[in-house]
Structure formats: structure tokens, C-alpha cells
Design a protein around this ligand. Structure first.
Ligand code: NAD
Length: 478
């Protein structure tokens, strides 16, 4: 199958060439070039901003019911193209095809959720202190939105921004990752086919720093929504401050997993390994620090290593492959650095710890045990298939370990003691807490972190609220 035709989508039209040059898109499993991606220069970005202003006027004037119908049409267009879109997602990002299909289904679910929820952007009436006065609280779309998203979920990262903005009546200029453009382009095509007004959605690619500086310096966009790393998020928030844009920051985490001796250890280990190696560990809510109560450490480690050994690594397009390559060559060095540093600090290598083959950016599912808190991997988000296991003595120590880093995105606890589960849910400083579960993300539930992991939610009613602003209308003589 041919890889997608690449382009910039500005003001309802495709630009096959950008004023910023072009960049090759590489298949991380084969290192082959898939296509040449046009990059936006200042002229393209100015056109996208002007289009977003125009598109906002048209889209906000469209009733919510009619907006939902367009979004539903786009959902159906994505469903019709599901297999081809998923295949290109796997080729550009590396994740196994089954995961790509699941991701696309999730993205379609997000689109439908926001389309429906946009009809419920209710305001309220506040009782007046005096007769003849009506106080109305009105929810309005915040305005054109600027969004930048990472490569690890090429469909969901894009859709959370696009559908949230459109559901609320906003227009959007989005820069998906240059590493995974075809999926975002397929999403834009679905909206084009659905009859979205020109300029309501604009998709650009470019040199990330130049694009974000240009777009954020403009007063056109009233809101910034970013998914990516903590340092880039902090940098973008500073740029957004110049024009006082509201921000939603979906940043990285370092998800602790607390496994108590009263848990179903075998089930916890199997679920933990499945969650850990999903998307080769390149997931912001990935479980990344495993703390097991001392008495259960041996059994947990053994079952986890067995499950890790069973993960078949290879090209995500091949049947039976459970883990694909890392997204870029740079990530191989990062993984090796984490492993070497942990071993230097006294950790034991129980599995993996090396690159696989010399073509494609494959790294072995890796398990480290007895990892001290001083090792770099216990402090920096690994974002890869390396699982460090350590232990704890009691609940107080487990909570202290879970809460010791500045991140607070996802945290997990496994126990069969209901009272303990409730205490942990209270005590863990995190935006998402999974108890005997790794499922913390659905279209209808709020998703987001606290502290250095960012703020603001995507999904759920909170996700729509992020794209709305509040107005008071005070009328007399009514
Ligand atoms: P990176 O921080 O260089 O890039 C992450 C994403 O941000 C990329 O898609 C990139 O295009 C974008 N980006 C980078 N600089 C930008 C800028 N100035 N303006 C706008 N966008 C910009 O890191 P990487 O090597 O690609 O990925 C590794 C790290 O990224 C991980 O350690 C992880 O923390 C983080 N990450 C987080 C998520 C998430 O969902 N929270 C997703 C992917 C990557």
C-alpha cells in the first residue's frame, strides 16, 4: 500500500509544498523513507492563522446540532478508512497494527464524545437580588486554538485537541509531530469530506521551535493546548504568556506501580507487563516505576519477566508482533543510557538491556531489579521498554516513594484490601489513579496530570470546558 500523500491543510486546501522546505518521514521498523513532508514557513503560518480567524467566525455561528452532524460524518469517514489509516500509523510510528487500530477506534470515540457533548455547553441563570434583572451565565467557545502534539499517539493526541476545539465551537491550528504526519492528514481529510467550513481546522508541520514561536506570538489564537514533554511544555507556556493565552498542558509522568503482598500477584504482574510494553513504553501514562512489597518481590519479578520474555518484537505490520521499534534512533541511546546507569548504581539486569538487530530501531523488552532510587531511571521518565523493579516495606514507604517525584500523571496500586485501596487513592498525588487496573483513559473521563505533569483535562465534561469561556450578561427591565 502506498504511504499517504503529505501536505499542509490550510484554509480548506492542501499545500503540497511549504515555504519552510521539506523533511523525510522514516519508517522506524525498516529505516526506509516513506515520503517527503512539506514544512510551513512564516507565510504558510500566517495563512493558517488568518484562516483560523475566518474559520472561527463560520464555525461558532454553526448551531451545535449541525456541528455534531459534521463531526459524526467525519467519524464515519475515519471508520470507512480505518484499515488503511491504521496501516500508515504503524508504518510511521512503529506500534503493532492491532494497537494502531485500537488507537484509531479510541480517537473516533473521542470525536463522537466531543460532538455530542458540544450540545451540552450549558450556561445558567443566577437569581437576581432585585426585581426586573436577569443574570445569565453563558458559555462561549474560547476562540481559535493553537495546538502542538507529540508522536506517540498520532491519532488520539491530535483528536483530543481537534475534536475538543471543534465540539466547543472553536477553530484550530494544529502542528502534529513531523514524525507521524499521515495520521493527522487522514483526520483532516475526514473533516474535509464531512464538509467542515474552510479554516476551522488547519494542519501544519514545520521546525517545531520556529512554528511554536510564530504561532504563539500572534494574538489570533486565544488558547494553547500541548501534549509532549515537561521541558517543552514549560517553554511553550512562557511563550504563550506574552499574549496571555489560556493553556492546557498534557506533559510527561513517571507512573509508580505499588504492588502489595495481599494483591493477586500473578495477575498484577501480567497486567503490568502488558501495560509496560504497550507502544514500546512510549506512553505518558505508562507504568514506569515498579515498587513491590518485600514478601511478594520474587513472585512478581518472576511472573513479570516471563510475560516480558513472551513479547514478540518486530515490524508492527507482521502478525503476532507485540512490540514494535522505538520512534527514532535517538531513543535507542536514551534507553541504553538508562540501563547502563542503573547497572552502575547496583541494579541487576534480569532481561534485555540491548538493541535488537541493526536495522530498525528495536530495543529489547528490559527488566531491571533491585534498582536504587539514585539511578537515573527512577527519577527521569524512561519513555521506552525498560522496567525498573524495586521494593518497599510498608504502606507509608510505598506512598512516600510514589509521591517523591515532581510528576503526577498516572499512578497505580494493586491490593485486595478495600480500605487500603481507598487510603491510597486519597494519598497518591496524581491526576489519574488506577486501583487494580491500568485503564485510566476513556473518551468520557477526564484525563490529565498535576504538578510537573501539567494541568487541565482532556476528555469528559472537563475536556469540553477547557475550550469554553464564561460570560455574564446582566439585563435590566426584563
Ligand atoms: P521532545 O520533547 O523533543 O518532543 C516531544 C514532542 O514535542 C515532539 O512531537 C516535538 O515535535 C514536540 N516539540 C518539541 N519541541 C517543540 C517546540 N519548541 N514547540 C512545539 N512542539 C515541540 O522529545 P522526544 O525525544 O520526541 O520524546 C521523548 C520525550 O518526550 C519523552 O521523554 C517524553 O517525556 C516526552 N513525550 C511525552 C508525551 C506525552 O504524551 N506526554 C508524548 C511524547 C513524548
Amino acid at each position: 500500500m502506498a504511504y499517504a500523500e503529505l501536505g499542509l491543510f490550510i484554509d480548506g486546501a492542501w499545500r503540497r509544498e511549504g515555504s519552510g522546505g521539506a523533511l523525510p518521514v522514516i519508517d522506524p521498523a525498516t529505516e526506509e523513507t516513506l515520503g517527503a513532508l512539506p514544512l510551513a514557513g512564516p507565510a504558510d503560518l500566517d495563512a493558517a492563522l488568518a484562516a483560523a480567524e475566518k474559520g472561527f467566525a463560520a464555525w461558532r455561528a454553526t448551531p451545535a446540532e449541525a456541528r455534531q452532524r459534521v463531526m459524526e460524518q467525519a467519524a464515519q469517514a475515519l471508520e470507512a478508512g480505518r484499515d488503511a489509516i491504521a496501516e500508515n500509523l504503524t508504518r510511521e510510528m512503529g506500534k503493532p497494527l492491532a494497537e494502531a487500530r485500537m488507537e484509531l477506534d479510541f480517537a473516533i470515540g473521542v470525536l463522537r464524545w466531543y460532538g455530542e457533548e458540544g450540545k451540552r455547553a450549558y450556561g445558567r441563570l443566577v437569581p437576581s437580588r432585585v426585581p426586573g434583572v436577569r443574570l445569565s451565565v453563558v458559555k462561549e467557545p474560547v476562540g481559535p486554538v493553537a495546538a502542538f502534539v507529540a508522536w506517540n499517539f498520532p491519532a488520539v493526541n491530535v483528536m483530543r485537541k481537534v475534536a475538543g476545539a471543534l465540539g466547543a465551537g472553536c477553530s484550530i491550528v494544529i502542528k502534529p509531530s513531523e514524525e507521524t504526519p499521515a495520521t493527522a492528514i487522514a483526520i483532516a481529510r475526514a473533516f474535509e469530506a464531512a464538509g467542515l467550513p474552510a479554516g476551522a481546522l488547519n494542519v501544519v508541520f514545520g521546525e517545531p521551535d520556529a512554528v511554536s514561536r510564530h504561532v504563539l506570538a500572534s494574538p489570533v489564537c486565544k488558547k494553547l493546548s500541548f501534549t509532549g514533554s515537561v521541558p517543552v511544555g514549560k517553554h511553550l507556556q512562557k511563550l504563550a504568556a506574552e499574549t496571555l493565552k489560556r493553556c492546557t498542558m498534557e506533559l510527561g509522568g513517571h507512573g509508580p506501580v505499588l504492588v502489595f503482598e495481599d494483591a493477586d500477584i500473578e495477575a498484577a504482574a501480567k497486567a503490568a507487563a502488558a501495560a509496560k510494553f504497550r507502544n514500546a513504553g512510549q506512553v505518558c501514562i505508562s507504568p514506569t516505576r515498579f515498587y513491590v512489597q518485600e514478601a511478594a518481590r520474587g513472585a512478581f519479578t518472576e511472573a513479570f519477566v516471563e510475560a516480558a520474555k513472551a513479547v514478540r518484537v518486530g515490524n508492527g505490520l507482521e502478525q503476532g508482533v507485540g512490540m514494535g521499534p522505538l520512534v527514532g534512533e535517538r531513543r535507542l541511546d536514551v534507553m541504553q543510557g538508562f540501563v547502563d546507569d542503573a547497572v552502575k548504581h547496583g541494579a541487576k539486569l534480569a532481561l534485555g538491556g540491548e538493541r535488537l538487530g541493526n536495522r530498525g530501531w528495536f530495543y529489547a523488552p528490559t527488566v531491571l531489579t533491585d534498582v536504587p532510587e539514585t539511578a537515573r531511571i527512577m527519577n527521569e521518565e524512561p519513555f521506552g521498554p525498560v522496567a525498573p523493579i524495586a521494593s518497599f516495606a510498608d504502606e507509608a514507604e510505598a506512598v512516600a516513594k510514589a509521591n517523591r517525584l515532581p510528576f503526577g500523571l498516572a499512578a497505580y496500586a494493586f491490593t485486595r484490601d478495600g480500605a487500603r485501596a481507598a487510603r491510597l487513592a486519597d494519598a497518591i498525588d496524581s491526576g489519574l489513579v488506577g486501583v487494580n487496573s491500568f485503564t485510566v483513559s476513556l473518551p468520557e473521563t477526564p484525563f490529565g496530570g498535576v504538578n510537573d505533569s501539567g494541568y487541565g483535562s482532556e476528555g469528559g465534561i472537563e475536556g469540553l470546558e477547557a475550550f469554553l469561556r464564561t460570560k455574564l450578561v446582566s439585563e435590566t427591565g426584563v
